[in-house]
Design a protein. Structure first.
Length: 285
């Protein structure tokens, strides 16, 4: 099995793809994790869980508590028992990045791919590629929220149409600016629900507290027109008024005409504010 390629990163991808199944799944091989890896996980968890208390949305905090994974790298099979009972999702281990069509198929069938390798010591503050900490700590708690669980299944089913219409990059931006880097207005302030933010201590503070960063109201077409790169903190974030708004807004939108209108246009550079837009002030209550 060859490594997939990505146009959004200037870095080479890592991961052992030999032996992966046709759907890019592999065994987690939990027993291969060393004591040092488990200790590194505990330190990452302890640091991020401190930020979760003040910066993460309620659904994330509740989901993380239910998963009970502070003591070391979790077994996916244990998490699957919790997920299956709550929302019908399950985790599948993968070597790293997987092709778009495979990723969409997993989501459409309520399977969430989780990278099995853990970042190195020098990557504690920022990581270009998703590792097991990013995928599990960052994503899995939100799979216990019904709104996010339903959205991800529908997102997976939308992939075939986007690929057929040569608009995959537009659909990918929806995922990027919500599931990976989304903010939500909650408890009198802004809270994080995106995994790319909450699994990074630096970006968690930056996304919420930095006064200069551009934060815009959630608007699907604007998001689909906004470019991004994966090698740095984001220059633009989009803010939901509530988690159910995510699925409500996208179910009501006919993506076809949007793709037809904008797919040949160059994306707006991240950090660009249009004349009629105003940035939302950050901070926690």
């Amino acid at each position: 099995m060859k490594k997939p390629c990505t146009l959004t990163s200037s870095s080479g991808l890592r991961g052992e793809y030999e032996g992966a199944a046709d759907d890019y799944t592999v065994g987690q091989e939990w027993h291969a994790y060393t004591p040092q890896m488990h200790e590194r996980w505990r330190r990452l968890y302890a640091r991020q869980s401190q930020l979760v208390r003040t910066h993460a949305c309620a659904s994330f905090r509740e989901g993380l508590a239910r998963l009970d994974c502070a003591g070391g790298i979790p077994r996916f099979e244990d998490a699957n028992l919790v997920l299956a009972a709550a929302t019908g999702w399950r985790l599948v281990a993968v070597p790293g990045f997987i092709p778009d069509a495979v990723f969409f198929d997993h989501l459409a069938h309520r399977r969430f791919p989780v990278t099995r390798w853990l970042r190195e010591e020098h990557e504690l503050d920022y990581l270009v590629e998703p590792d097991v900490f990013h995928d599990f700590f960052g994503h899995v708690p939100m799979l216990l929220d019904p709104a996010i669980a339903d959205f991800l299944e529908l997102y997976g089913k939308a992939g075939a149409r986007a690929m057929a219409m040569d608009a995959l990059d537009m659909l990918a931006r929806i995922y990027w600016y919500t599931i990976e880097f989304g903010l939500v207005r909650e408890e009198g302030g802004l809270k994080v629900f995106g995994a790319g933010i909450i699994s990074s201590s630096g970006e968690t503070r930056f996304a919420i507290e930095d006064r200069a960063v551009l934060r815009l109201p959630f608007e699907p077409v604007r998001i689909m027109r906004t470019g991004y790169m994966i090698d740095s903190f984001q220059k633009t974030y989009f803010v939901l008024e509530s988690l159910p708004q995510l699925i409500e807004a996208l179910v009501a939108l006919d993506f076809g005409p949007v793709y037809e209108t904008w797919r040949t246009h160059a994306p707006l550079p991240a950090g660009t504010m249009l004349p009629d837009e105003r940035s939302i002030t950050g901070g926690t209550p």
